[in-house]
Write a protein that binds this ligand. Structure first.
Ligand SMILES: [Zn+2]
Ligand SMILES: [Zn+2]
Length: 172
């Protein structure tokens, strides 16, 4: 994903960029990206600095960690940072999330790395199809979001009795 720096002026200008996850080399275990990754880059030239804002949108297909159903997870994130054009580029720069330095002669700004990282960070380790996903019945495996399965928790499980005895003894 590249922006032509010569087209960035003192007036904020928006560039609509779109690439597939494959083109951006985005791979997250357990996630698929059936839709393209869209990024609106807003660039404003201010002296020898480019004020950058990137609004990223896509959807990932992931598996709910509770009910194991596949669902589409909308991803929206905004990046804001400043690019300074400087000659020569210092050998050790304090490049970080908010700031980077490029040579003045550079013709294009590549935002691929930032977009890639932002999408990878947006995928939760344990995705949930909804905050109140009821998950699967531990006894029959039915998806409890689709209704009650009729299983009754076995309250007379003797393992609890053993634990209870241990606990009672500790109190004594
Ligand atoms: Zn779920
Ligand atoms: Zn059940």
């Amino acid at each position: 994903m590249k922006v032509d720096i010569r087209q960035i002026t003192a007036e904020p200008r928006v560039f609509h960029l779109k690439e597939s996850a494959e083109e951006l080399d985005i791979a997250v275990e357990g996630a698929k990206f059936p839709y393209s990754i869209e990024a609106d880059f807003t660039g404003t030239m201010s002296g020898d600095e480019i004020i950058c804002q990137v609004d990223i949108r896509t959807e990932a297909e992931v598996e709910c960690s509770r009910c194991l159903e596949l669902f589409n997870l909308p991803i929206e994130s905004r990046l804001q940072y400043v690019v300074q054009m400087l000659d020569p580029v210092p050998e050790t720069t304090d490049d970080d999330d908010d700031f980077e330095i490029i040579p003045k002669a550079q013709a294009e700004l590549d935002i691929s790395q930032r977009v890639r990282e932002s999408i990878i960070l947006a995928i939760p380790i344990k995705p949930l199809c909804s905050d109140d996903c009821k998950g699967l019945c531990p006894m029959c495996g039915a998806n409890l979001n689709e209704g009650l399965c009729g299983c009754v928790p076995d309250k007379s499980d003797e393992r609890w009795d053993v634990l209870k005895k241990l606990f009672d003894n500790q109190i004594d």
